[in-house]
Structure formats: structure tokens, C-alpha cells
Design a protein around this ligand. Structure first.
Ligand code: ZN
Length: 167
């Protein structure tokens, strides 16, 4: 027997999957679910509302992400989907999934250091080179190709790399 509840949870899962397929335009290997930007999907009847938290306030990619979510939901059959921006609590890199960190590393960008790690507690930064794995790295510029990235260089393999620094 199919109950109303089953129908709703199935619908919500479909809406979540559609929203979760949207990628970060700056780092296309990461979905907004990987980033932890996708916070909630709420269904009211057939009306869907998605809550997102920007990686940092004023992130220009967020307008694009909101638009892409609406398009993805409409494609999944939802009419007039709404996207709500939630600013509090603020996004932190701790919300990025392990899967997201792996993808970022495979893409050649050093994943963010966990703020819970001991090093972060002492204000130290030890960024590992995504190319050779060396910890012997230095920052070249706090301003990389986008506002969420800093430009680093590995002293071992001498390759420059991006470090995901938004928090
Ligand atoms: Zn290296």
C-alpha cells in the first residue's frame, strides 16, 4: 500500500537529488552537496523550497548556483521551485564532505584543513601539495584565480597549486 508519507518522502528525495546534482561553477568537480552548501529541501504539497548557505557572503557564484538549482528542479518536474539563502549559521569548510575533499584533491586543489585539527588550533598552516604530497609548501598569493582559492607552491616538486581557503 502506498501511503501519502511514502509519496512525500519519494518526492523529497527526488528534489534533493536534483538540487544535489548542481555543481560549483568555479570548481565543477564539486556538487553543492559535496560543498555542504545544500542545507535542506522542504516540500509543501508539490511546492519545493531549497535552503542553501553561501561559502562566503557575497560569493558571486551563489546567484548562478541558485538559478541552476531552479532549473534542475524544474527539469525534475517541480513547478516554481524556491531557493532560500540561509546565512546563519555561517558555512565553514568543515561542512565539506570527505568525498568533496577527495574530489578536490584529485582535481589538483589542496582541500581545506579542518578547523578542528590541532594545527589549526595553533594557527599553523601546513598545506599538502596535491601533486606530490609534500608538506614543504609556501603561499605565493592569498588571492588565487577565484576568491575561494589561494595560490601556493610546493618546494619539493616546485609546482604551483591552488588551495581551497574559504572558511
Ligand atoms: Zn609537490
Amino acid at each position: 500500500m502506498v501511503t501519502v508519507l511514502d509519496h512525500d518522502s519519494e518526492l523529497r528525495r527526488r528534489a534533493w537529488d536534483a538540487a544535489a546534482s548542481v555543481v560549483d561553477p568555479e570548481i565543477p568537480v564539486l556538487t553543492i552537496a559535496d560543498l555542504g552548501v545544500l542545507r535542506d529541501v522542504v516540500l509543501d504539497g508539490d511546492q519545493v523550497e531549497v535552503a542553501i548557505t553561501p561559502t562566503y557572503s557575497g560569493c558571486p557564484a551563489m546567484n548562478m548556483i541558485a538559478l541552476e538549482i531552479e532549473v534542475a528542479l524544474e527539469r525534475a518536474g517541480f513547478r516554481e521551485p524556491k531557493v532560500r539563502t540561509v546565512l546563519s549559521p555561517a558555512w565553514t569548510t568543515d561542512w565539506m564532505s570527505e568525498e568533496g575533499r577527495r574530489k578536490l584533491h584529485a582535481y589538483g586543489i589542496a582541500p581545506p584543513q579542518s578547523s578542528r585539527s590541532r594545527r589549526a588550533l595553533f594557527g599553523e598552516q601546513a598545506v599538502t601539495c596535491p601533486q606530490c604530497g609534500s608538506g614543504n609548501t609556501e603561499v605565493l598569493s592569498e588571492f588565487g584565480s577565484t576568491s575561494c582559492k589561494a595560490l601556493w607552491r610546493c618546494k619539493t616538486c616546485r609546482e604551483p597549486f591552488d588551495y581551497f581557503k574559504c572558511h
